[in-house]
Design a protein around this ligand. Structure first.
Ligand SMILES: Cc1cc2nc3c(=O)[nH]c(=O)nc-3n(C[C@H](O)[C@H](O)[C@H](O)COP(=O)(O)O)c2cc1C
Length: 200
């Protein structure tokens, strides 16, 4: 029943644009409809961190599957309403400003409003926070999000799997996000910890 519903990917202005790109592309590869909105700061960070413009990425995504983009000022987009069905939302990367806004119910742009809607409709909301170190305000806001039912999913490397590249860590975070959204029922085999039992 859920299979045709879209997933929202909200891209905010924390470091880690590559996580947004990998999340969108993995969902599209699975033929899951994706709706993207991105803050102004997200586009600034993207320019710093990526070797492809955000506009070029949007064009590529539009050509590669069921994809929709809404500017963050478009507060009358369907995802601003709880009546529009979505499977859930991932905010990746999630800045501390966006975490604070969502935790405080400040739905003053489309990304924040869509996240607020997911919380009120009890739909999966996954936030992938990126900041270090974290001060007490950051921690309080993330704790508030967790209490509201969001999944707070820091993009930490799976040290126990000995990732050799940034792509492996990003891909791990993306797969964790898909499980949290209910798109996948478990992590891929090669990303599953099995203790010492498979060792030679
Ligand atoms: C290159 C760059 C990297 C940034 N990295 C982070 C970060 O990792 N975490 C964070 O919370 N804010 C970071 N910021 C600051 C946010 O972009 C800023 O707080 C902005 O207001 C967030 O707005 P938004 O939440 O609407 O995207 C960064 C800014 C720039 C320009």
């Amino acid at each position: 029943m859920h299979s045709t519903l879209p997933v929202i990917v909200g891209i905010s202005g924390a470091s880690g644009s590559v996580m947004a790109r990998a999340t969108v592309e993995r969902l599209l590869a699975l033929d899951v409809p994706v709706i993207v909105t991105a803050s102004a700061a997200a586009r600034l960070v993207w320019r710093d961190e990526m070797d492809e413009s955000f506009g070029a990425a949007l064009e590529r995504w539009t050509d590669s599957g069921p994809f929709t983009y809404h500017p963050v000022g478009e507060l009358n987009a369907p995802i601003a309403s709880g009546t529009f069905g979505v499977r859930g939302m991932a905010v990746t990367p999630c800045s501390m400003a966006t975490a604070a806004a969502i935790a405080g119910g400040m739905a003053d742009n489309l990304l924040r409003r869509a996240a607020d809607v997911c919380l009120k409709e009890k739909r999966p909301l996954i936030v992938v926070p990126r900041e270090t170190p974290l001060n007490a305000v950051h921690l309080d806001n993330l704790a508030a999000l967790a209490r509201l039912g969001a999944t707070v999913l820091p993009p930490h490397p799976p040290f126990y799997l000995k990732p050799a590249t940034l792509e492996e860590t990003v891909s791990f975070t993306v797969e964790r996000t898909l499980v949290a959204l209910g798109i996948s029922d478990r992590m891929p085999d090669h990303m599953t910890y099995r203790g010492p039992y498979d060792a030679d």
